[in-house]
Ligand binder design. Structure first.
Ligand code: SF4
Ligand code: SF4
Ligand code: FES
Length: 521
């Protein structure tokens, strides 16, 4: 740690940090656009201007010269300096809130706003836009610019991303993120001077005409203004209408921390978490854009052979099937929470003790015996898109690898219970469709539907075919924990209200088990 003086107050800061971060640690926030802790420092926007000085030293004695009151005489550099690319040094004097520093930043803001349209009322970024905030807190209310503003048409730049060039402040964050974090050098500054814009250049012949990475949403997050916008949620809501809570994404076993944005009991957005420095700065599109699925095509009725009925009629019939089955196969489970897996494990043990042969196999995106659940698909997302494979792997009730050719084995059992494997957005890439999944094809080929009970959050082609389909709560409707690929336990909180009477998967299975016990007596 080193001692520096900020606006006349001595503070201790980490000498390994640059000034902008060190000041943040002691509660002093310096306005900035281009600086981002995860990206290379470029010092492009010039908004983080501060005055930097040092104590006057007598060249003869090498001693610090003091005034009559005994305080060191400080000499500030004549030019303002950017806090983002200045390392902290022992004895440094920094003025963040002097009149000179404030005037410098107001001047930068005036330049930034020269070409910027007055778009806030129609801009999706309004309410979480750094330019809007700094314009109020740092800038001046007027502008002396009387020329024509630059005018470029809005452009679709990615499969899910548009760029409003007129709002871009050329902070270069998007280019650095693509290059340094995603590893694709396909965004760049094009044209010159006042006409400079951000443009997409396909890297090679195999690149499409639009940016198609798994991090287009992250680009829109990173953009400090409303220049890069995510088309998935475009014009759907104002950001201040959302109820925001801190939870996790369930899209893969990375279990990223996220901020959930809910309006009218519908999950609209996942955004990066509130304290990214303690968790993760970025989230991927696969997880981010799965949120709408939690409010679409939900299974809310009990189905018998595809027809809705009352739970009091359907559950006893399913319980009877379970009671009479001597060989039972359970398929899936790695989308369920730790608590549900533990509860189902107890049930499975009970069933086994009552001389049922119960095989419980779960599925991962890749064959489960390959153990690829801990492999990364890119810098963040996992190859295995099931969130809780690690928990299932560690569960003693799961017979992974015991039944070689378990897919054949499904033909031999009396009853199959499928846990969410046919429910979007869990078990497969939703763009492929349930009917195209390997598991669906297997059930079709071997005609397994007539002995299959689906425990399912969502309606699908499968729920219409199965012997019975039992609706259950989805992940954002429960308080639960999940086990990350590295063993870390992460907690999710309920952000949506489930429909009345909806149970968790373990509760539904327990109620079947209870009814089977009753039938036996
Ligand atoms: S598009 Fe956004 S992130 Fe990219 S340079 Fe412009 S303002 Fe910065
Ligand atoms: S990496 Fe996984 S957990 Fe993180 S946002 Fe993407 S899908 Fe969700
Ligand atoms: S944040 Fe320092 S120059 Fe942009």
């Amino acid at each position: 740690m080193v001692k520096i003086t900020v606006d006349g107050t001595e503070v201790l800061v980490n000498e390994k940090k640059n000034l902008i971060d060190a000041l943040k640690d002691v509660g002093v926030s310096v306005p900035h656009f281009c600086y981002h802790p995860k990206l290379e420092v470029v010092g492009m926007c010039r908004l983080c201007m501060v005055e930097i000085g040092s104590a006057k030293v007598d060249p003869a004695t090498k001693q610090i010269v003091k005034d009559q009151t005994g305080k060191p005489i400080v000499i500030f550099n004549p030019k303002m300096q950017a806090a983002c690319n200045t390392p902290v040094t022992e004895g440094m004097y920094v003025n963040v809130n002097s009149e000179k520093a404030k005037a410098a930043r107001a001047g930068v803001m005036e330049f930034q706003l020269i070409n910027h349209p007055l778009d806030c009322p129609v801009c999706d970024k309004a309410g979480e836009c750094a330019l809007q905030d700094y314009s109020f807190s740092v800038g001046d209310s007027g502008s002396r610019f009387r020329e024509h503003k630059r005018n470029h048409p809005v452009e679709k730049i990615g499969t899910n991303l548009r760029i409003v060039h007129n709002r871009c402040i050329l902070c270069y964050r998007c280019v650095r993120f693509e290059r340094d974090i995603v590893g694709r050098d396909d965004l760049e500054l094009q044209e010159r001077g006042n006409e400079t814009v951000i443009g997409y250049t396909p890297l090679n012949a195999s690149s499409g005409p639009l940016l198609d990475t798994n991090y287009q949403g992250a680009l829109a997050d990173l953009c400090p203004v409303g220049a890069l916008l995510n088309e998935n949620t475009l014009f759907q809501s104002r950001v201040w209408w959302y109820d925001a809570k801190q939870s996790i994404c369930h899209g893969c076993s990375e279990l990223c921390h996220v901020t959930t944005n809910v309006k009218d009991n519908e999950l609209y957005r996942y955004m990066p978490p509130k304290n990214p420095e303690e968790t993760n700065y970025f989230i991927c599109d696969a997880g981010r854009f799965s949120v709408h699925e939690f409010s679409r095509n939900r299974l809310h009725a009990y189905l018998l052979k595809g027809h809705p009925g009352k739970s009091v009629d359907i559950l006893p019939q399913v319980a009877e099937n379970l009671l009479n089955a001597s060989k039972v196969a359970i398929v899936g489970g790695s989308t369920l929470s730790n608590e549900e897996v533990d509860a189902i494990q107890l049930l499975v043990n009970e069933w086994r003790n009552s001389s049922k042969d119960v095989a419980w196999e779960f599925r991962t995106e890749t064959p489960m015996w390959e153990n690829r659940f801990a492999e990364k698909a890119d810098f963040l997302m996992m190859v295995d898109r099931r969130p809780n494979s690690k928990k299932l792997l560690d569960s003693k009730a799961v017979s992974i690898g015991e039944r070689k050719g378990w897919e054949e084995y499904l033909s031999q059992v009396d009853l199959i219970i499928v846990l969410n494997e046919f429910s979007a957005p869990y078990a497969f890439d939703a763009t492929r469709g349930i009917e195209n999944s390997e598991l669906y094809k297997l059930f079709e080929q071997k005609d397994l539907w007539k002995k299959t009970i689906l425990v399912s959050t969502h309606e699908s082609a499968a729920t219409k075919k199965a012997l019975a389909s039992l609706p259950v709560k989805a992940f954002p409707e429960m308080e639960a924990t999940y086990t990350r690929h590295d063993g870390q336990i992460r907690k999710s909180i309920p952000v949506l209200k489930p429909v009345k009477g909806l149970k968790t998967a373990s509760e539904v299975l327990a109620s079947l088990s209870g009814k089977a016990e009753l039938a036996r007596r």
